[in-house]
Write a protein that binds this ligand. Structure first.
Ligand SMILES: CC(C)(COP(=O)(O)OP(=O)(O)OC[C@H]1O[C@@H](n2cnc3c(N)ncnc32)[C@H](O)[C@@H]1OP(=O)(O)O)[C@@H](O)C(=O)NCCC(=O)NCCS
Length: 215
């Protein structure tokens, strides 16, 4: 039996691991598990963020995290955890270009889209792909955004993430342009209007047996 619920703090390691395994090309993954664990712990704990976990018999099958204001979240994250974040990311930080990459990642947030809210990450475990789970998570995120008075949010997806880009387009998000967060790495920027994602009749059925082969 699959349940989607607010992520409990004990899940922070699971969220970090799934992120690193399934979005291994992302810049954050390159900062390593200890950094990702600190980030997800903060996202679960912060008031301005939403982390929803899909649990299959208590096991993490997928999750979605969003921020009401990403720039504020990262600012607060650095204010509270600068030294722990730095120490955790030390091996990556000393790799060429990473310091610049961290700066670029934090700075991009306000560009292109005027909406401060953002879907930061959505990941579905391989054996649940094609089941409608991500669609379900997206809808639950939209419901929670609406409850908090957020009407629109953005999503940034690396152009190399073909499945993710297909997913956002299928869900009706509008592609508003591309940005280069890091030189030479192009990302698509999407915007979503919350009421469009939660209108009646938009009830994805989540059925593991319907899975498509993951790509
Ligand atoms: C993107 C992702 C979250 C989609 O999860 P999912 O549970 O398999 O998606 P759903 O089953 O809800 O699919 C909803 C729609 O998205 C589209 N879609 C999903 N996977 C697709 C694929 N492999 N190829 C083409 N379209 C796809 C389909 O149109 C699908 O609708 P349909 O089933 O009616 O055809 C999942 O593939 C994933 O975790 N990818 C790795 C992590 C990642 O890249 N996250 C995004 C970071 S920005």
């Amino acid at each position: 039996m699959l349940k989607i619920e607010q992520a409990n703090i004990v899940l922070y390691r699971g969220l970090a691991t799934l992120h690193r395994q399934e979005i291994e090309t992302s810049f954050l993954s390159k900062l390593g598990d200890p950094f990702l664990e600190l980030l997800y712990r903060s996202m679960i704990e912060s008031d301005g963020t939403i982390c929803l976990a899909a649990l299959d018999q208590g096991e993490l099958a997928g999750f979605v995290c969003g921020c009401e204001n990403t720039a504020h979240f990262y600012k607060e994250f650095l204010r509270r955890h600068f030294f722990s974040a730095f120490i955790r990311a030390v091996p990556a930080v000393f790799r060429r270009g990473t310091v610049k990459g961290v700066y670029e990642s934090l700075r991009y947030a306000g560009s292109l889209s005027a909406h401060p809210a953002e879907l930061v990450s959505i990941v579905v475990r391989d054996d649940w792909r094609g089941s409608g789970l991500a669609a379900g998570l997206l809808k639950e995120l939209a419901i929670e955004f609406e409850r908090r008075g957020v009407t629109d949010f953005k999503v940034v997806a690396g152009s190399n993430l073909a499945t993710a880009n297909a997913f956002y387009r299928k869900m009706g998000l509008s592609a508003i342009g591309t940005i280069e967060v890091h030189a030479g790495v192009v990302s698509h920027v999407y915007e979503a209007h919350v009421p469009d994602l939660i209108k009646p009749g938009q009830n994805p059925t989540i059925k593991k047996s319907d899975m498509r082969e993951s790509k």
